[in-house]
Design a protein around this ligand. Sequence first.
Ligand code: FES
Length: 317
Amino acid sequence: MSGTATLTLRVREAEMIAPLLKRFVLESADRAPLPSIGAGAHLRLLLKEGQKKFRNAYSIAATAPDNSAYEIIVRRVAHSRGGSAFLHDHVDAGAIVEADFPGNLFPISHVARKHLLISGGIGITPFLGYLAYLKTTPAPFELHHFCRVEETETFERALRGYDAGKIHLHPELAQFDLIDMLRKQPLGTHLYVCGPEGLMNMVLAAARSHGWPGSKLHSESFGGAHAGGAPFVAILERSGLEIHVPEDQTLLEAIEAAGLEPPCLCRGGACGQCQTDVIEGEPEHRDHYLNAAEHAENRSMIICVSRAKGDRIVLDL
Ligand code: FES
């Protein structure tokens, strides 16, 4: 298996664990051990449905002790035109799927004096990997997980077996005093956030406004960002293509539908893989990757989430 650019995986198990959540256990098709990974690693699946191709990344929630399998959990995204609906509807035990070798853009800090983990919904998955690692170290931690009331039991089950005194499930965000919790943290605490865009923005903004330095803030987002907006035309100068981006499609999706495969990973505006230079026109920035100065310069944009402000934008692609 080593020496190839991708992994060929067989679905060992597939089961619905909640109405919108499907759990997959993936093993190497030739039963060889899978690459060792660190806490927070992700797997990008390369899926094909007819002419359509999907490349979706999922956090690895667990690894089998003998490295024979990875576990991922996939939420069916509302109005999904992509991988999550395909995985829910067409991928079951015995299916073969291709994946890139695992990567890790959300590693746990090894210098943190305490780990403060905040997740929402399916954003718990990288933290399941963290919890397995934290079981093996004396580093203190605290996990706060926000979930829909109807999914509370599912997440309680997933978190069973870890230190219950350090794990807090919150079906109601409104009753949570975020500022108080941030204030109480000892010096040297690192904060990690993963979940819906609104939760991530709120937590990171609160931490920054209370003096947390950027070096102690970590976040990861996979897809789910607000995609829609006014339609516009993107001119891909190097490819000689004119792409019409409708109101319900992202710029990246429209470019992929035209047959191009620009680099991408999270599809949620967080990893920076899809950063593309802007030749003409003004982007409407919606990402978490570029900083305020880069947004103001408008020299590049994150095409998985950002759109054009006017009706036309020219990209170096
Ligand atoms: S794919 Fe990660 S920021 Fe666009």
